[in-house]
Design a protein around this ligand. Structure first.
Ligand code: GLV
Ligand code: MN
Ligand code: MN
Length: 414
């Protein structure tokens, strides 16, 4: 077990950095920091300062990930550790950020002791994990894994700005996207520390847990086209109200997912046009997010949902089109790397508890390139994507002890 004073001081440091990042927001009332925004740029600069002070060389890659490298005694492949610096709208301060600042503090502690590890470590603050601004997601980690189709750079945000334009505004060169890609032989693996975002560790009375697998996810854009008209003159029986049709679709999605095992479906965004109180809505667009730990369950849910939407479209005489904007298969964590992380949990004095992740993470993109493992940290009431998201300093310190034990005892032999 770590020395208690040392570990309390580590928790304080982690929280100081978390607090500083939580001040960088689009709005003073809440924490909102979307990819490639001015706030994102400020967050990257702050993290870069901390990385430099911790003895790391720092660079921003072509997709806007901030990367700090702590050289090892040898110049072999690096262990990459990180998470994301973007947030959802009105989000919490730990989702993503904890996974950047916690390993950064570990490197800071090593640097203060002038301690080098036998291998290099790279800490990454990924640019886009939440996928809040653009229809796709995991842009930073997918660019590193080399799995982004360049056509995605033409996707637009709600104000019509493409990813390519946003990247230019951020100071990155979108034509150099491919340079963000890393080679498998440059890396030993990727480890992500993340709040659990669920209630299991709290129930188990444990500060940390080992992730076994990450659920797969699909995102869709659904467009319903009816007929706009005067709210006072068009009789109810003669309407093609796109919003009422969309409402029926949304209730059906809930019904289908509720009645299928291991599938969750969410409609989180909707727009109705022309958007006036006295006009029947003619055009509606809504998002759909579908997830499951088993890809076949998600495929079945998708088939049932779109069959139901086709039936609604026919009955209500509206057009319903859908487009998949993102898809990720469910991902298993690597056993060689997870065994080492599991040993670090045990040797830090915590009972080893393994659990799957229902939320998506950068690790799922990195798994296409290199072995991945994840450490979950207990969060209060399992609440996340919410301003009341909360963890304790003690749990942050416990997770830092685990990561220090992983780093200092890491066996680079596969
Ligand atoms: C990210 O938090 C996601 O799971 O959508
Ligand atoms: Mn996250
Ligand atoms: Mn999140």
């Amino acid at each position: 077990m770590a020395n208690i004073d040392q570990s309390a001081a580590t928790g304080t440091r982690i929280f100081k950095y978390i607090d500083a990042l939580a001040q960088i927001s689009e709005s003073p009332e809440n924490l909102t920091r979307v990819s490639f925004s001015a706030e994102h740029k400020r967050a990257n600069s702050l993290v870069a300062q901390w990385m430099t002070a911790a003895g790391m060389s720092v660079r921003t890659d072509s997709i806007g990930n901030i990367i700090g490298r702590y050289e090892g005694e040898s110049d072999g492949p690096a262990l990459m550790i990180g998470s994301h610096l973007d947030t959802v709208r009105n989000g919490g301060r730990y989702d993503g950020m904890l996974g950047v600042v916690l390993p950064l503090v570990c490197i800071e502690l090593l640097h203060e002791k002038k301690q080098r590890l036998p291998y290099p470590v790279e800490i990454v603050g990924f640019c886009d994990e939440e996928g809040v601004r653009f229809p796709s997601t995991l842009l930073g980690s997918r660019a590193i894994a080399g799995t982004i189709d360049e056509a995605v750079l033409q996707d637009r945000d709600a104000s019509g700005i493409t990813i390519a334009e946003a990247l230019k505004g951020f100071g990155c060169d979108p034509t150099a996207l491919a340079t963000a890609r890393r080679k498998a032989e440059e890396l030993l693996g990727f480890v992500e520390v993340h709040i659990e975002q669920g209630p299991v560790l709290e129930r188990e009375d444990l500060p940390v847990g080992l992730v076994t697998a990450i659920s797969g996810a699909s995102r869709y854009r659904v467009k319903v086209t009816g007929s706009a008209g005067h709210a006072g003159t068009v009789p109810m029986g003669l309407r093609q109200d796109a919003l009422v049709a969309a409402s029926e679709c949304i209730v059906d999605i809930e019904h289908i997912c509720t009645n299928m095992a291991h599938v969750v479906g969410t409609v989180g965004m909707i727009t109705a046009l022309p958007g006036a109180g006295n006009v029947i809505p003619g055009d509606v667009e809504f998002s759909l997010d579908l997830r499951s730990s088993q890809d076949t369950y998600r495929d079945n849910a998708e088939a049932r949902i779109f069959a139901s939407l086709a039936e609604i479209s026919k009955r209500r005489q509206v057009t319903i089109q859908h487009e998949r904007t993102y898809q990720a298969a469910s991902t298993s964590c690597d056993s060689w790397l997870s065994d080492q992380l599991g040993s670090a949990i045990s040797s830090s004095g915590y009972r080893l508890h393994s659990l799957p992740s229902g939320a998506g993470h950068d690790a799922m993109a990195l798994a296409k390139l290199t072995p991945v493992a994840m450490l979950f940290v207990r969060c209060k009431n399992g609440l996340s994507h919410h301003p009341d998201e909360s963890i304790t300093q003690e749990d942050a310190a416990a997770a830092a002890t685990v990561i220090m034990n992983l780093l200092t005892r890491f066996d680079t032999n596969v």
